[in-house]
Write a protein that binds this ligand. Structure first.
Ligand SMILES: Nc1ncnc2c1ncn2[C@@H]1O[C@H](COP(=O)(O)OP(=O)(O)O)[C@@H](O)[C@H]1O
Ligand SMILES: [Mg+2]
Length: 317
């Protein structure tokens, strides 16, 4: 642990504890009455389509943006009145790469270490280089790195000051699948050491790698919990349908009362309804006429999100 690290009370059991956060820009509410809690040591996934308010929420959590209303704490500090203290203990990886393109990995990390006033910036930079497996590339310019390695460097800069909480805003957007997987392995390794991580993403497969998730659309937090809880709480009855001409079948189904969601998944159609009996009635004839294979199935997380989002859109409109 570095000497520059400010004395801090032990990280509280609930690292993020906010309620009723609301924020408007130019008269438009972009985060509405958001309440969430994140327990220490968890990887908490923040999911939602573009423009749903993820970045705005993250900025309110670390004191960069003041909510119009609502209150809460981050790492035990008040998000409105103690923003400076929060910033000292949080590593925030912004959505855009924000290091120097014309400095090498090593130079970037040493620079960040100096900004944080770490006592031995060179050693700190070397430790981050070793930690994230960057040594072969340490003297390469940041501008020459691929997306995946850039993100690794940005993560290295984030953990330099030894934070208690990482806020990662879409860290894997535009990164190839292999690099994404390695990035997630690293997030898990950090969490295993006791770091709490809040990570926003719109990749569904990444949700499965989080201990808990929250889903936000149109500024509203629509669901939270473990992936299993979120799926169970949606109470969605689902069929998987295979057979000929699924697009035509989808068009028929979409107009039926009792069918709330129809979505293609590979070579199959997922057909869901919030009321299992209504769904059964709406689809009985089609299920019995034998032209397709209907199978009762578990809804996927994506089914649930699509359904939640269509709800939210209705409320929004
Ligand atoms: N500083 C700002 N001024 C005006 N509008 C903003 C500002 N920041 C974000 N917005 C708007 O708020 C909405 C939510 O944005 P954001 O929080 O960035 O969503 P996400 O990160 O989920 O994509 C968007 O419609 C965006 O255009
Ligand atoms: Mg964003």
């Amino acid at each position: 642990m570095s000497a520059a690290r400010p004395a801090v009370a032990a990280t509280p059991e609930i690292v993020i504890d906010v309620s009723g956060l609301t924020k408007s820009f130019g008269g438009r509410t972009v985060v509405k009455d958001l309440t969430m809690q994140v327990r220490r040591g968890l990887i908490y996934g923040f999911l939602g389509p573009n423009g749903s308010g993820k970045t705005t929420t993250i900025r309110m959590l670390c004191g960069l943006l003041t909510p119009d209303s609502g209150h809460g704490t981050c790492l035990g500090y008040d998000i409105v009145t103690e923003a400076d203290r929060i910033k000292r203990h949080v590593g925030y990886m912004t959505q855009r790469f924000s290091l120097y393109a014309d400095l090498s990995i090593r130079e970037n990390l040493e620079f960040v270490a100096r900004v944080y006033n770490l006592p031995e910036p060179r050693k700190a930079a070397q430790a981050a280089i070793d930690r994230l497996g960057l040594s072969n590339r340490a003297d390469q310019l940041a501008s020459e790195l691929s997306g995946g390695w850039k993100q690794r460097l940005a993560l290295g800069a984030c953990i330099l000051p030894d934070p208690d909480l990482l806020l990662l805003d879409e860290p894997t957007a535009g990164v190839d699948p292999k690099a994404r997987r390695e990035f997630w392995d690293e997030i898990h390794a950090l969490a295993a050491e006791g770091l709490t991580v809040l990570v926003s993403t719109h990749y569904m497969d990444e949700a499965e790698r989080c201990h808990e998730i929250a889903y936000i659309a149109y500024g509203q937090l629509l669901a939270q919990g473990t992936v299993e809880e979120v799926i169970a709480n949606a109470h969605l009855a689902t069929y998987t349908v295979t057979g000929p001409d699924l697009p035509a079948l989808a068009n028929i189904l979409k107009t039926r009362d009792g069918v709330d969601m129809v979505a293609p998944f590979g070579a199959a159609l997922h057909v869901s309804g919030r009321d299992a009996r209504k769904l059964d009635e709406a689809t009985r004839r089609l299920r019995e006429d034998g032209s397709h294979v209907w199978r009762v199935d578990e809804p996927t997380l994506e089914d649930v999100f699509i359904d939640l989002m269509s709800h939210a859109r209705d409320n929004f409109a």
